[in-house]
Each structure stands twice: as C-alpha cells, then as structure tokens.
Design a protein around this ligand. Structure first.
Ligand code: URA
Length: 212
C-alpha cells in the first residue's frame, strides 16, 4: 500500500450477503435492523482484524502449558456519529480491549457536505491501529472528513469499516491524500440526486434511531 492509496476489500461471504440483503429490506423494522447491523459489524470487523499485531503469550490449560497470542496493542474504534454508533456495540464485544473515540459529522441535507459537531479522540494516534466505523460510504464526505481529523492526530494505520458504499465514495477516498484500508460489505450502483446510495438501504441513522 503506497501513501495515498486505498486497499479495498469487499466481503463476498454468503453470510454477509444474506444479512446485508435483510438489512436493505424496507420491511425490516428498527429492532431487526439493529441486530442485523451488529451481526454484519462482527463479520466485517473479524475480517478487518485479520492483520492485527499480536504478541506471543503462554497460558496453562488444565493439561499443561500452551503458547498462544494476545492482541499486542488495544486498537482505537471511532464510530462516526450518528449511524456509526449502530456498529459500536458489536465491535466492542468482539474487541473488549479497544479504546473508543468519537467523530460527529452531520450531513448538510442541502449540500450533502459534512458538518462536524464533535471530535473526541486521544491527542496522539501515531502508531495506533484505528478502525473507523460508518455503515454508509456514499459521497465519502464524512469519511474523508474523519480521515482528515485522524491525520491531524497523527494516525498512520487506519481501516474504514463500512457496510455498503457507492463507487463515487470509493473514488473519493482514492482521490484523498489518505492511505487506508477499506473493509466493506458491498459496493452498489451509485448515488441518487439526494446523494443516497442506490439501491442502498435508505438513511441508516433514521433506520437505527428513528427519523429526525
Ligand atoms: N447515508 C445514509 O444513511 N444512506 C445513504 O444512502 C447515504 C448516506
């Protein structure tokens, strides 16, 4: 991966595709949507964590000593508010040792541009493994904004974990100066005139938390 490059990994596992299909379904209600998003997050994070650094350790089984591994350094999870919150619980369950930061970005509905209202991150992120959680990669405005904020904190090992994206969002990441990995459940056809992903799943924040 060179500076400014994006390594894209689209998960084609049948379980991911099946859960994503149910998540998209307009008949899926909020409780089911939350559960499906949590299940997808577990699968996406499992893949995203495949290259995580580990240290060797030894435990004693009831039979005797056994060499194994433990996560070398607790990663930082950064849900992008609001919809990223729907991924946080599952990611924390998988990775209880993780630290949590927050970036709050609201989409300006008139311009579809990101409007930052919260940044709560450790001051120094150089050398830390960071996972950004945001289910939707539409224009990538929120994601690029979050990557800018993380870069200002020195982050140099960032993985974006998304459920569904548009080709325009991937292209925007590729055109950004950021070097990252993108683990995603699917890349759809495009965006409509309101910058919603087509076919997508609608407004993820509204489906998780109710309409504003
Ligand atoms: N955000 C969403 O929640 N849905 C989209 O389709 C695009 C951005």
């Amino acid at each position: 991966m060179d500076d400014g490059s994006v390594q894209v990994q689209v998960l084609s596992h049948p379980m991911v595709r099946a859960r994503l299909t149910s998540l998209r379904d307009a008949e899926t209600d909020t409780p089911a949507f939350r559960t499906l998003l949590a299940q997808l997050t577990t699968m996406l994070m499992y893949e995203a964590l495949a290259g995580i650094d580990v240290d060797e350790t030894t435990v004693r089984t009831p039979i005797g000593p056994c060499t194994g591994v433990r996560i070398a350094q607790p990663p930082l999870l950064v849900p992008v508010l609001r919809a990223g919150l729907g991924m946080l619980d599952a990611a924390m369950t998988l990775l209880p040792e993780a630290q949590i930061g927050f970036v709050g970005v609201a989409r300006d509905e008139a311009t579809a541009r990101p409007n930052e209202y919260l940044v709560s991150l450790p001051r120094e992120l150089a050398g830390r493994t960071v996972f950004v959680l945001d289910p939707m990669l539409a224009t990538a405005g929120s994601m690029c904004h979050t990557l800018d904020v993380l870069a200002r904190h020195g982050a140099d090992d960032v993985t974006a974990v998304c459920v569904v994206g548009a080709p325009q969002g991937v292209a925007a990441l590729q055109a950004s100066p950021h070097r990252l990995r993108l683990v995603i459940g699917g890349i759809d056809d495009g965006l409509n005139e309101d910058s919603y992903i087509v076919p997508g799943l609608g407004d993820a924040g509204d489906r998780l938390f109710g309409p504003r």
